[in-house]
Structure formats: structure tokens, C-alpha cells
Design a protein around this ligand. Structure first.
Ligand code: TYD
Length: 212
């Protein structure tokens, strides 16, 4: 049956480093892991990603943006995530529907219920078994982003500070909507400490799919 884990958080929350550490720990423990990301995954979704993040696409309307994220996800679910789950894999996904609820529903102001509906259509109702939200202070996220910054900002990173502030606050809200599935972890601590907290949160789910 597999296990579906998603990792969420605002820009600069340390998500990528934590995905790396989690992937390594699970592989070492013997779990069959499939790591993937959104927007992206299969070739069709990666092409939609390129369009979404292209700074040249600055005329893109919020509705187009929301539908493209959902379209990339529909392909990702049918071509990659569902087959991996059917093979009993532990699927580690960097962002999923919660990112659309927060970035497009709250950040763009399209509404969480509208975004929920189009994504329900896109995924056939598939949800992660457990979602980690890495949260950090807004100012700390900005500081980390500036330190890491090299090269051109993508179309989403170029959005105004007010958009990113809405997104940051939105991630604190999603835990309240579905506290059984969504677990908040303090991303401001040292990476090793954050990793330990994530492993503790995931333990009950991982114990259900013990490595063969
Ligand atoms: P990502 O590759 O995770 O970027 P980062 O590593 O910088 O967090 O995601 C690309 C961008 O797309 C990011 O700014 C978040 C945004 N996004 C949405 O707006 N909606 C979505 O549904 C998803 C999956 C991502």
C-alpha cells in the first residue's frame, strides 16, 4: 500500500536540506524510497514547472497559475505517485496540494475552497498520509534566502514581499485545518535537531510500513 509523505514550508524553511536528510535516513533504514517534487516529477510535469517558474511569463493570470500547478500534479499523481504507492514504496514529495492551498488559495486570494476543488479533480482525492510543515520566522526565512541566493530569481520568488508574507502565515493555518495529517516542525533549529524532530513525528507512520 505504500506510504505518502509530503514536506511543506515557506521559501527558506530548509525544506530541501531536510528532504535530503530524510531520504538518506530512510534508505539506510531499508525503506524503499521514491523521492519526487512539485511542481515536477515526470517529464510532462517538469515542462509545466519550467513554464510556471519562467520569469518571462510575467503576464500569467492567477487562475492560469492555479490550473497549471494542478495540471502538473494530475500527471505526477497518475504517472508516478500512484504506481509507486501500489508497489509499496515510501513516497517523499517536496510540496503537494497544501502548497497550492497556501500560495494560490491564500497568497493569490483565489480561495482555499476553489483551489481545494480543482485539486480534488486533479488528484482524484489522493492526499498524503502525513505532511510535515517546516515553519520559520518570516524574517529568518528572508535572511536565509538572501544568504543562499545565487543567480536569477524565478517567477514565484520575484513576487512582492506582501505575497510571501501571506504565504508564510498561510502555512501556519494549514495545520489547523487537518491536525491529524499535518504536523508542524520548528525549522529554526539546527539541521540535525530538525531532522530528529521529523523522524519522531514520522515514527508511527513508518512503523506501519516496516522495511522488509
Ligand atoms: P519549489 O521547487 O519547492 O521551490 P523552493 O525550493 O524555492 O521552495 O517550488 C517552486 C515554487 O512554486 C515555490 O515558490 C512554491 C511554488 N508553488 C506554488 O505556488 N504552488 C504549488 O502548488 C506548488 C507545488 C509550488
Amino acid at each position: 500500500m505504500g506510504l505518502f509523505i509530503s514536506m511543506e514550508g515557506p521559501d527558506g524553511s530548509g525544506k530541501t536540506l531536510q528532504m535530503d536528510m530524510l531520504q538518506k535516513a530512510l534508505i539506510e533504514a531499508g525503506y524503499p524510497v521514491l523521492r519526487t517534487r512539485e511542481p515536477g516529477g515526470p517529464a510532462i510535469s517538469e515542462r509545466i514547472r519550467a513554464l510556471l517558474l519562467d520569469p518571462a511569463c510575467k503576464e500569467m493570470s492567477p487562475e492560469t497559475e492555479a490550473l497549471l500547478y494542478a495540471a502538473a500534479r494530475a500527471q505526477h499523481v497518475s504517472q508516478v505517485i500512484k504506481p509507486a504507492m501500489a508497489e509499496g514504496k515510501v513516497v517523499l514529495c517536496d510540496r503537494f496540494v497544501d502548497s497550492s492551498l497556501v500560495y494560490q488559495g491564500i497568497g493569490r486570494g483565489l480561495g482555499v475552497s476553489t483551489i481545494g476543488e480543482i485539486n480534488h479533480f486533479a488528484t482524484g482525492g489522493l492526499q498524503p498520509d502525513v505532511t510535515i510543515v517546516l515553519q520559520i520566522d518570516y524574517a529568518e526565512g528572508l535572511r536565509r534566502k538572501n544568504v543562499q541566493y545565487s543567480g536569477q530569481l524565478d517567477r514565484m520568488e520575484q513576487q512582492a514581499g506582501s505575497f510571501h508574507q501571506l504565504v508564510h502565515d498561510g502555512f501556519s493555518q494549514i495545520v489547523e485545518w487537518d491536525p491529524e495529517r499535518v504536523r508542524m516542525v520548528d525549522g529554526s533549529k539546527a539541521p540535525e535537531e530538525v531532522h530528529t524532530m521529523i523522524m519522531e513525528v514520522l515514527k508511527p507512520w513508518l512503523d506501519r510500513v516496516l522495511p522488509q
